[in-house]
Ligand binder design. Sequence first.
Ligand code: PDD
Length: 288
Amino acid sequence: MSRWAYVNGRFVRHGEAAVHIEDRGYQLADGIYEVWAVIGGRLIDVEGHFERLARSLAELRIAEPMGRRALELVLREAVRRNRVSYGLVYLQVTRGVARRDHAFPDPPPPPAIVITAKSLDRAAAEARAARGISVITLPENRWGRCDIKTVGLLPNALAKQAAKEQGAGEAWFVDADGLVTEGASSNAWIIDKDGVLRTRDTTANILRGVTRKTVMGLVGELNIRLDERAFTPEEAKSAREAFITGAGALVMPVVAVDGTPIGDGKPGPVAQRLRALYILNAQASNNL
Ligand code: PDD
């Protein structure tokens, strides 16, 4: 039996269904989903799932992809076309397709919508229910693995958007101990009031920045002490200089933190020197 998926306005064969490679759901996990149980060919707990769907969309400021009535019709049509008696209907809505950038695309593209439906083996489910299942316990770590360069970037995208809305170019995350971890898409650095170059150590829950590492190798050319030691936003505000590093930013001077100017509020000499050195070195090395 052929399966059908609903993709952005039409039903297509499941095997041929596709979304754009720059869909923000695919690249940044910038989307939400909902799942309805289907029993006897009918959607279960319809209201509860619609309410949560509306809430999830509102929280991410994604527009409703279609009206409630129309969406219900499509969900039921997905159940009908896929001949689901007992199973699930899956709905996913993303912010849509846009050139990759963490902050929300402006103007917003139309949200992208995908609906699939699948049958489950009812007898097997009942047999399992009759036996019962066991569980294991794990530390709560969702999402506590910022060392992995995963596409699960929704918090980063929201942080970048918040920065943009406040006229800033980057957001720095601060952990439960009140220490800066890293930026939404970069590593964070300061030259503190004592002239020490500081950035978070990589035993912390941060991305091991490649640019960060290369920059560390360049510090030897400057007469400056490097310390992989965390700093607070207050220390950043009283720092001589601050900057960020990353494949996108290279070395980018930071002139204000939460509205407080750093140093004299202009790009600092060390940051500028490191930027120049980084670019010079990159051009000199035999990269591809
Ligand atoms: N971001 N921290 C985070 C969370 C990042 O996303 C990045 C890079 C970095 C710096 O890593 P590197 O120096 O290896 O680029 C640190 C890329 C540029 C991005 O998402 O566009």
